[in-house]
Write a protein that binds this ligand. Structure first.
Ligand code: URA
Length: 240
């Protein structure tokens, strides 16, 4: 679908610079549209048929981008931060400057995080009404046993104001340091950590394995990312 858009907006969206920087570049004659140098920032271009160059390099138009990141610990789930590196900083070859993480993982949590500039998709996936499934792998300080599985199945009472929805807890190893997988259907702040705290145990390592139908690609080592495939994007869009 072709889209008419102001030249300065187009260049800013594609990450050439801020709106005021690109206005200056246009004034200086760095920008050509279909081979002609253009000096008017409010010229409307057709993103399908017009060829825009900045300093002789073609600026392609990408409307939406979708990435899967295996988030490393130590990086914050935000678009910018005064002191820490953000998950967006890790997507080094993104085309668009307006991508953001779909939801948050704690700074010390690893694993699956989707980044996109598709606000509608993000909104749907995060909607509390949708109850999109999220599966985490965790190491727990303390012996996790069948009683915990039952409590999780009924819904853990976290405090007077919050009882977690029923969750599926699977014990992989029951020992002083247990290993588990847990599937939850909501995404409150520190949710998994608080659920284990409520049964007297402590999460010492947490990694997200899936979100809805989307599974973390195990070929991605921590810190690596890749674009989502068409099928993966479709499956997220079809999430109930
Ligand atoms: N639950 C948590 O406690 N932390 C996360 O990062 C995600 C889920």
């Amino acid at each position: 679908m072709s889209k008419m858009i102001r030249l300065d907006k187009f260049l800013a969206e594609m990450g050439v610079g801020t709106r005021s920087e690109v206005k200056l570049y246009i004034k200086k004659g760095y920008v050509r549209v279909n081979e002609n140098t253009v000096r008017t920032a409010d010229l409307r271009i057709d993103t399908d048929s017009d060829t825009v160059t900045f300093k002789d390099e073609i600026v392609g138009f990408v409307k939406t981008e979708y990435y899967m990141l295996n988030k490393p610990a130590g990086v914050v789930s935000a678009t910018e931060d005064a002191k820490d590196r953000t998950v967006v900083d890790l997507i080094t070859d993104r085309k668009r400057k307006d991508i953001f993480p779909v939801g948050r993982l704690d700074k010390d949590t690893e694993g699956l995080l989707v980044l996109t500039n598709d606000g509608a998709l993000a909104h749907r996936l995060l909607s509390p009404k949708k109850h999109v499934s999220k599966v985490y792998y965790a190491k727990i300080s303390g012996i996790v046993d069948e009683r915990d599985v039952e409590v999780f199945k009924k819904g853990v009472v976290i405090d007077e104001t919050f009882t977690a929805m029923p969750a599926n807890l699977k014990i992989l190893i029951s020992a002083e340091v247990s290993e588990i997988e847990v599937e939850i259907f909501e995404g409150k702040y520190h949710q998994v950590k608080r659920m284990f705290e409520a049964v007297g145990k402590k999460v010492i390592y947490l990694k997200r394995l899936s979100m809805g139908a989307l599974k973390l690609d195990e070929k991605l080592t921590t810190g690596q990312y890749r674009p989502l495939t068409e099928e993966e994007i479709e499956s997220l869009k079809n999430e109930r």
